[in-house]
Design a protein around this ligand. Structure first.
Ligand code: TRP
Length: 348
């Protein structure tokens, strides 16, 4: 399968070597959207085959925040797998595994919990922000507070060295490395490798209304968007509230349409010209939005077609998950053995 132009063009600054192992994951709380695609998914597609790569559908992590919506989490596991496959993830090159099917990760989490303090967990900036967002106080689910530890188990459970994620996940990588160093110190020898984040060169995409893109706000563009969805969502995009008449100069910074053009229009020169014209005045929002609709339709049409094809063959998707999880069970089991030994739990 040939790579989409936007994927083929990716040259991450911190490109992997053949010695790297990639692991990353997503919570199955809903369909993936363009923010996931720009932030990490297209990097994963571009990197597959260069080194071993596993994508983890993190259903246990999703439950730390959505235990009341457990059946939805379960239902979304296959949807996320469909999104991966539609976006160009090839199961022959990339292992796709379901977190809850890998018991070694849960056992690693239990062991790692002894190496982390509650104070440290409460200081994790991502967890802190999420606690505020959800208004948690003492009623915070213990599993939620501890999910960085489970994420450290996900990453180290595959001996991963490279983690393609959005910038909000950097504190998780730091906390993983702290745990890895503690395990190695206990062992007196490097049992586990440290890892580094692989950040996207695209800044985080806003939702169509300029707020943080979120499934619950309905302001993200799903990878499965129909041509009508695309038109409607682009139509609703915030541009520059001061740009009333086409003849007026417009502002590019903070303009959501330009954020998306920067992320997805393969013709950077044309976008630069559009920006210059918009700043000068004489260019209406309609022109920009029409271009963005074309760019997104061009990007998403093949994904949509592949998704429709795959959605008709659920048995295949289930088989991909079964096979990937089986492979991952083996890998994570050997890591768990080594860590159990560090804690004196393996018979000699
Ligand atoms: N925390 C990530 C998110 O919310 C999902 C995730 C779970 C993950 N396990 C991971 C990401 C391991 C990277 C590595 O998107």
């Amino acid at each position: 399968m040939s790579l989409p132009a936007d994927v083929a063009a990716i040259q991450p600054a911190d490109a992997p070597t053949a010695r790297d192992t990639i692991l990353t994951g997503d919570r199955p709380t809903g369909a993936l959207h363009l923010g996931h695609y720009a932030g990490s998914l297209r990097t994963r597609v571009a990197l597959q085959g260069r080194c071993p790569q596993t994508l983890l559908i993190a259903d246990l992590q999703a439950l730390t925040d959505a235990s009341s919506r457990a059946s939805q989490v379960a239902a979304h596991v296959e949807e996320v797998a469909l999104d991966y496959l539609a976006a160009g993830i090839d199961p022959a090159l990339t292992t796709i595994a379901v977190q809850s099917r890998l018991p070694a990760l849960s056992e690693l989490t239990v062991l790692y919990l002894n190496l982390v303090t509650v104070a440290r967990l409460e200081r994790n900036p991502t967890v802190k922000a999420e606690i505020e967002l959800r208004g948690f106080a003492r009623d915070i689910p213990a599993g939620f507070l501890c999910y960085p530890v489970s994420q450290a188990a996900d990453i180290s459970g595959f001996r991963a060295t490279l983690v393609p994620v959005g910038d909000d996940q950097v504190p998780m990588i730091e906390q993983t490395n702290e745990i890895v160093r503690r395990v190695n110190r206990l062992a007196g020898t490097p049992v586990l490798p440290e890892c580094r984040a692989l950040l996207s060169s695209t800044p985080r995409l806003p939702g169509v209304d300029g707020r943080k893109a979120s499934k619950s706000l309905g302001n993200a563009i799903p990878l499965g968007a129909t041509p009508d969805d695309i038109r409607r969502l682009v139509q609703a995009m915030y541009t520059d509230s001061g740009h009333i008449r086409a003849a007026d100069p417009g502002v590019v910074e903070g303009n959501v349409v330009f954020a998306y053009l920067d992320a997805f229009d393969p013709d950077a020169e044309a976008v630069a010209e559009l920006k210059a014209g918009y700043r000068r005045g004489g260019m209406g929002d309609v022109v920009l939005k029409r271009r963005l609709v074309d760019v997104l339709e061009h990007l998403l049409a093949p994904l949509r077609a592949r998704r429709a094809e795959l959605a008709g063959d659920r048995a295949h998707v289930r088989e991909v998950l079964r096979e990937g999880s089986m492979r991952a069970i083996e890998v994570t089991r050997t890591v768990l053995r080594d860590v159990r030994e560090v804690f004196g739990l393996e018979p000699h």
